[in-house]
Design a protein around this ligand. Structure first.
Ligand code: MN3
Length: 203
């Protein structure tokens, strides 16, 4: 089964004014679609991967045949990351707040919400070039902030991401130009904490 582009869970303009409609249309319809197409093209050259789920691909990236591993890493990672990213956002005011359990874990790890956000923003702003900032939950419920280059993700290291922010320029350049910190500051307004909390419970 070829991989397919998932539909956005909201209209492209639903995250305005924080994330503009044109950015969403290009990001989802062009960039994410390209990751899907390029992943499928790589799998055609390594048909044994056709039965692997997208999670299998990320989790077992080191077992992917070397001839296609780079393409599968970049494009399989890109497909996985963006499929999650759309779910982690919601129209401003509709994403709720961290659950009680997640709120406690955030306090344990970072003292308070302000410090958590500062550290998460620092991970995103500090990622040189293109990549992602992540909040990762361990089985015991503890939380860590990480960042990855390119389209790598925590699942490639066997870790469970509950929140991720795309800090590639294509995620923000039309509206925020070079001001990545302004983009992340606005992005908090559209974080879907209900979904993040669900992922925390499912660790
Ligand atoms: Mn992107």
């Amino acid at each position: 089964m070829a991989h397919t582009l998932p539909a956005l869970p909201y209209a492209p303009d639903a995250l305005e004014p924080h994330i503009d409609a044109q950015t969403m249309q290009i990001h989802h319809g062009k960039h994410h679609q390209a990751y899907v197409n390029n992943l499928n093209a790589a799998i055609e050259k390594a048909p044994e991967l056709a039965s692997w789920s997208l999670d299998d691909i990320c989790r077992n990236i080191a077992k992917v045949p070397e001839a296609v591993r780079g393409a599968v890493r970049n494009n399989g990672g890109g497909h996985w990351n963006h499929s999650l990213f759309w779910q982690l956002m919601a129209p401003a005011g509709s994403g709720g707040a961290p659950s009680a359990a997640l709120g406690d874990a955030l306090k344990n790890a970072f003292t308070d919400e302000k410090t958590f956000k500062e550290k998460f923003v620092a991970a995103g702003v500090g990622r040189f070039g293109s990549g992602w900032a992540w909040l990762v939950a361990a089985k015991d419920g503890s939380l860590m902030i990480e960042s990855t280059p390119n389209q790598d993700n925590p699942l490639m290291d066997g870790k469970h991401a509950i929140l991720g922010c795309d800090v590639w320029e294509h995620a923000y350049y039309l509206k925020y130009q070079n001001k990545r910190p302004d983009y992340i500051a606005a992005w908090w307004n559209v974080v879907n904490w209900n979904e993040v909390s669900k992922r925390y419970d499912a660790r």
